[in-house]
Design a protein around this ligand. Structure first.
Ligand code: FAD
Ligand code: DLZ
Length: 516
């Protein structure tokens, strides 16, 4: 029989390791829409449309290029509902002499795949996913030698390994990291150039109908669906980013403007994670823009750091710390996720805007995820599991390997500091400086306690106070306890009472949105 090549929904890459070197007359490519994947959390409607539409387009492209593609649709009568079940059915149909598959992005799926050699009669080869710069084994070696893992050290290794922004073995411009030039607040009335928004074609519209019929109770709107679903569309999106937004990407990387959902971000994460775009190719294009004088170093270095630094680092970190990472709760946070994360119904204008964008676009940009949605969950002490599920559901770019380290470790400090040296906790001051959210908010950013004070202010001290034992000895944070002690007991009590009063107003989410 032929070689059976299952291609998973986030492996939509023509040069995938399992496809390279295969011949068209000797291989059957298997693609599977399955209920297990569509429902292991109740994904945002746009996320399911994106993945199904991109899978269907990819299958079509492969067929047009002469490959044999066996494609299971979600509603096919005998659909077994899982990858393993569908591979078993395909093995009966094709009687393959071997199965070749690239390792899964997610732990849950990889566990299932590792049982295939025992389950199936033919040889099963599981290949490393070489779309990443750093393999899981290489990250393991790097991590094994170290007491603490830090992105910055890892990133420097990746710069040397790839040669990106290197001049004779030294970092371009003399420094590895220009993050300090990437923190400008937004200018008044700032907006970014509009980006190309591909119109849904027939395949996408069909996927939309399917999702409205099969997943009507999932979170999110479909009306503004505008994600690239093919490699061509993704390339068009990348071209526009490099031409129009990269030069300002660095400077305004941390800025937030009410109603401006993209700013100067690339909006390429969905395409990269699906495999439609190659992150190394994007990095080389960014470097070219710097070398040609089309974009400044702080923008190009910042962009490259996100891709070969953060993206690779969190992926290595995930495999290094799974499965424990999923249940980590170092700060013993026990509060349920507030209902407003789903409805957007809160008077806190920053949160309401981030949640609106999340519902309408299945997207929020990095600093909204980190310093608004994440910061609130950290300070309010929301249970990691509920925050993790929310982030996995709501973003079109969310796969557990990238979502979980960002949520459990980066925003919630649930790993106790293995990923980052301190919690990203901030009061209203930070949000006020980096955005225009506060000026029309029902709460006052400058008011610290009592009625009308921004809850971030009191929650910040409530958080610091309740985790004093753990955080005081942290040299990057410990100093702030001197400020707390200087306030005196009355002021401290004001903060704690204000925070407690606010926390009592939070209604926990009705179950059902996250799906359990
Ligand atoms: P840009 O700002 O243009 O950045 C360029 C690229 O860098 C992104 O496309 C992405 O591939 C990569 N990148 C940037 N930051 C990170 C990071 N922290 N980790 C990994 N890659 C990064 N990203 C996801 O792809 N999927 C997720 O599920 C996800 N969940 C997140 C949850 C939280 C709490 C936080 C704080 C961040 C999360 N991120 C996630 C990272 C980041 O927010 C998104 O990658 C980014 O907002 C995507 O938009 P963009 O393509 O315009 O990014
Ligand atoms: C997220 C997702 C969804 C919603 N549906 C499918 C699917 O039906 N078929 C598929 O192959 N992949 C799907 N995915 C993406 C998978 O969950 C993703 O490939 C895993 O992260 C693999 O580890």
């Amino acid at each position: 029989g032929p070689i059976l090549v299952p291609v998973l929904g986030d492996q939509l890459t023509r040069t995938l390791a399992s496809l390279r070197g295969r011949t068209k007359d000797d291989s059957v490519i298997l693609m599977m829409e399955v209920w297990d994947e569509a429902t292991y959390v109740k994904h945002h409607k746009q996320k399911i449309v994106l993945i199904f539409s991109a899978m269907r387009h990819f299958a079509q492209e492969l067929r047009d290029a002469g490959w044999t593609v066996d494609y299971t649709r979600l509603t096919d009568k005998d659909n077994a509902g899982s990858f393993t079940g569908e591979v078993a059915r395909a093995a009966e149909r094709h009687n393959p002499r071997a199965i070749h598959i690239v390792e899964a992005g997610e732990w849950r799926v990889q566990q299932a795949i590792e049982e295939w050699p025992d389950k199936f009669d033919c040889k099963v080869e599981i290949l490393p996913d070489d779309r990443f710069v750093c393999s899981i084994a290489e990250f393991g070696d790097w991590a094994a030698d170290r007491k603490t893992l830090r992105m910055e050290n890892f990133y420097q290794e990746m710069r040397k390994k790839t040669g990106l922004l290197m001049d004779d073995g030294k970092p371009a411009g003399g420094q590895w990291n220009y993050d300090k030039d990437n923190r400008a607040p937004p200018k008044d009335g700032m907006s970014a150039p509009a980006r190309p928004k591909p119109e849904p074609d027939e395949i996408t519209r069909e996927a939309m109908d399917l999702v409205e019929a099969e997943f009507p109770d999932h979170f999110g709107d479909l009306g503004r669906f505008q994600w690239p679903v093919t490699r061509d569309e993704a390339e068009t999106a990348a071209d526009a980013f490099f031409a129009e937004r990269l030069p300002d990407f660095g400077t305004y990387q941390d800025a937030m403007v009410h109603g401006q959902d993209d700013l100067f971000h690339s909006m390429l994460s969905t395409s990269i994670n699906l495999g439609l775009l190659d992150p190394m190719e994007l990095c080389r294009r960014a470097e070219d823009a710097y070398r040609n004088g089309d974009a400044p170093l702080n923008a190009v270095e910042g962009f490259i750091r996100q891709l070969i630094g953060w993206r690779e680092y969190v992926r290595g970190f995930y495999w290094h710390h799974m499965p424990d990472l999923e249940s980590a709760n170092a700060l013993n946070a026990q509060r349920g996720l507030p209902e407003f994360y789903w409805t957007g119904e809160t008077d806190m204008r920053c949160l309401a805007d981030c949640i609106r964008s999340t519902r309408e676009n299945a997207h929020a940009h990095h600093i909204q995820r980190l310093m608004v949605l994440g910061n609130f969950a950290l300070l309010a002490g929301i249970k990691p599991r509920e925050v993790q599920d929310w982030f996995l559901v709501v973003y079109a770019d969310a796969y557990e390997w990238v979502e979980l380290p960002n949520v459990a470790a980066m925003i919630l400090y649930a790993d106790g500091g293995k990923l980052a040296s301190k919690p990203y906790a901030a009061s209203a001051n930070y949000i006020n400086k980096m955005s225009d959210y506060c000026k029309d908010c029902a709460y006052s950013a400058s008011k610290k306690t009592g009625d009308g004070a921004c809850p971030f202010n009191s929650l910040y001290w409530h958080f610091m106070d309740r985790h004093r034992d753990r955080l005081e000895s942290n040299h990057r944070i410990g100093r702030i306890y001197a400020n707390w002690d200087r306030m005196g007991e009355d002021k401290q009590q004001d903060y704690l009472d204000t925070a407690d009063a606010f926390l009592r107003t939070l209604t926990p989410a009705k179950s059902g949105w996250a799906g359990d």
